[in-house]
Design a protein. Structure first.
Length: 334
C-alpha cells in the first residue's frame, strides 16, 4: 500500500488539504468496487494533533504526527494562504522532515503556492517549478535558483512535482493517480470530480500584472509609456531614446527590473489589453487587433496564443457571453 502524507500546515488553504484526501480516498473506493485492493494509505500529517486555520475559523485534526512517521511514499504540500514569508516561517520546523523523506525515496508534490514551502527546502534548486501565475514574480525574487515555468499546470522532475494556481492542482493530483494506478482509473476520477484531465496550461487564466515591484524609476518610465501607448508600434530604440540609454544597456536593465525582455513585455501588455477587450466588448478580432497596434493577423494570432494558450477567437468565445453568432468578421485561422 502506498503511503500518502498530506501535510497540515499553519496557514494552509483548507481545500488543498481536503481535496487530495478526498481524491485518494475515492480512488480507493473505485478500486475496491472493481474487485481490486485499496492502494493508498492516506494520512493527514502535522506537528500537532490539531491545527487551526483561517484565524481559528477552522481546525483540522491530524491522523499522524511527523515524529511518528519513519517513511512515506508521497508528501503532499498544500497551498498556503496570506503572506508567503510569514507562512514559511510558521512552518519552518517541517522543512528538515520533507528533506529527510525525499532522501529516503519519497516523492514530493506541492499544490499551487505550496511551492514556496517546497522551494524553502532547497529541493527545487536548479529545477523547474510551477506555481500560481499571480505569485510568479514574488517566487522568482525569493528563489532565484529555481526556474519558474510560465503557464505550466504541472512540472515533474526527479520525484518532485508542482502545480499551477488554485484548482489546477487537481490536474497534478489526477496525474499522480494515473501514475500510481492506470489511465482508466484516472479518467474515472476525472469524471467523478468533473475535472478536465488533460488541461496542461493556466495561461488563459493569467493576468499580466506589469512587474513594477522594483526600484528602477527609469525603467518604470518606459513601462508607463508602453501602457499609455497600447495602439502604437513601439520600438526598443524609441524606448531607449526616451530615457537616454544605449540600446544594449537599456535592454539589460529592463530585463533585470521586470524579468522580461522589452519585446516580450510590450507584447504581454498589448495582449492583456486585448484580453480585456475580448471579455467586455463586442468588437471583432480585427478591431481589437488594430486597437493594440498589430496589423498582421497571423503575427497577432501567434503572439496571442503563445501568451494565453488560446487563439483570439477561442479566448473571446470562452470569456465573452455577449458574442453574437451573426457577427460578421474575418476570422483568423484556428
Amino acid at each position: 500500500m502506498k503511503k500518502v502524507s498530506i501535510l497540515v500546515l499553519e496557514s494552509s488553504v483548507l481545500q488543498a488539504i481536503a481535496d487530495p484526501q478526498y481524491l485518494f480516498s475515492a480512488v480507493n473506493q473505485f478500486m475496491i468496487a472493481s474487485g481490486k485492493k485499496a492502494l493508498f494509505d492516506v494520512q493527514l500529517v502535522g506537528l500537532k494533533k490539531e491545527v487551526k486555520l483561517n484565524n481559528g475559523l477552522y481546525s483540522v485534526n491530524t491522523s499522524q504526527l511527523l515524529k511518528d512517521i519513519e517513511k512515506t511514499d508521497l508528501v503532499v504540500i498544500p497551498a498556503l494562504f496570506g503572506d508567503m514569508k510569514s507562512a514559511i516561517a510558521q512552518n519552518q520546523e517541517l522543512l528538515p522532515w520533507i528533506n529527510e523523506q525525499y532522501n529516503k525515496g519519497a516523492e514530493v508534490a506541492s499544490l499551487c503556492v505550496g511551492a514556496f514551502l517546497l522551494a524553502s527546502t532547497g529541493l527545487l534548486n536548479g529545477k523547474k517549478c510551477s506555481t500560481h501565475w499571480g505569485f510568479q514574480n514574488e517566487f522568482r525574487e525569493m528563489f532565484p535558483d529555481v526556474e519558474v515555468v510560465d503557464g505550466s499546470i504541472i512540472t515533474e522532475e526527479n520525484r518532485i512535482y508542482s502545480s499551477g494556481g488554485a484548482k489546477s492542482y487537481w490536474n497534478l493530483l489526477l496525474h499522480l493517480v494515473e501514475k500510481y494506478t492506470d489511465r482508466e482509473t484516472a479518467i474515472l476520477a476525472s469524471k467523478y470530480f468533473a475535472i478536465d484531465i488533460d488541461r496542461e496550461s493556466q495561461l488563459a487564466f493569467a493576468m499580466f500584472q506589469g512587474q513594477k515591484n522594483h526600484n528602477d524609476d527609469v525603467i518604470k518610465k518606459t513601462q508607463d509609456f508602453i501602457e499609455n501607448n497600447i495602439q502604437e508600434k513601439i520600438t526598443i530604440e524609441e524606448l531607449s531614446e526616451l530615457v537616454s540609454l544605449g540600446r544594449r544597456s537599456f535592454e539589460r536593465r529592463f530585463k533585470v527590473a521586470t524579468n522580461n525582455s522589452v519585446l516580450v513585455y510590450i507584447n504581454r501588455v498589448k495582449v492583456e489589453f486585448a484580453k480585456r477587450s475580448f471579455e467586455t466588448s463586442r468588437k471583432n478580432i480585427n478591431e481589437v487587433m488594430y486597437d493594440v497596434g498589430y496589423t498582421d493577423t497571423k503575427a497577432f494570432r501567434t503572439i496571442f496564443k503563445k501568451i494565453t494558450g488560446l487563439t483570439p477567437i477561442e479566448y473571446r468565445n470562452k470569456y465573452n457571453k455577449m458574442t453574437f453568432q451573426n457577427n460578421v468578421e474575418i476570422e483568423i485561422a484556428s
